[in-house]
Ligand binder design. Structure first.
Ligand SMILES: *[C@@H]1O[C@H](CO)[C@@H](O)[C@H](O)[C@H]1NC(C)=O
Ligand SMILES: *[C@@H]1O[C@H](CO)[C@@H](O)[C@H](O)[C@H]1NC(C)=O
Length: 167
């Protein structure tokens, strides 16, 4: 009788504690290098500009940083978070910054592609604008929500940023 009473409890317990080893690994948990896949940022990686830690740039693999991806993106190297700033002068490209605190929880992964989620205030965006930095070899990146390009700087539109693989 006691056994019969316990049975449903045992079943419930089994349901509420799945064996972690049998579940697929959450790809978002792994620290990733984040890279460009098209010229001019082909095989350049997300990192801080050496002379300005708060400026996110695509730069050489040798100085690449590693990031934890969640609804926020945090560098394991600098502990800084990748944040999206407000529109400037109504332009479609939004400035990005690396800050000690996260105020952006819009990030998501779609396959190996870094996006802002459909549910976020930005909607689903996956394009970035990459503009040649005054420091040669580095490109400043912006979240591109349209097609505007600044004048007076060499920029490349519709860039995407990816994890190396889902492993
Ligand atoms: C970032 O951290 C990773 C992992 O610890 C390390 O391999 C890499 O060299 C670091 N990058 C920089 C620029 O310090
Ligand atoms: C997040 O912080 C950055 C840097 O301080 C700032 O430029 C940006 O406006 C902030 N974004 C929001 C949504 O508060």
């Amino acid at each position: 009788m006691l056994f019969l009473l316990l049975l449903p409890l045992l079943a419930l317990n089994a349901l509420s504690s799945p064996t972690p080893d049998l579940l697929p690994r959450d790809p978002a948990l792994k620290p990733y290098q984040l890279r460009g896949v098209q010229s001019p940022i082909f095989h350049l990686y997300l990192q801080s500009l050496p002379s300005s830690k708060s400026t996110p740039v695509m730069g050489p693999e040798s100085s690449s940083e590693y990031f934890n991806l969640d609804s926020s993106i945090q560098s394991l190297n600098s502990s800084l978070y990748l944040n999206i700033g407000p529109k400037v002068d109504g332009k479609s490209y939004l400035p990005l910054s690396l800050d000690a605190t996260s105020n952006t929880t819009a990030w998501a992964l779609e396959g190996d592609t870094v996006i802002t989620s459909t549910a976020s205030t930005y909607g689903r965006q996956l394009n970035f604008l990459a503009c040649a930095s005054s420091t040669s070899g580095y490109y400043t990146i912006y979240l591109q929500t349209g097609s505007d390009v600044p004048s007076g700087v060499t920029c490349s539109n519709y860039q995407t940023i990816h994890t190396p693989c889902l492993c």
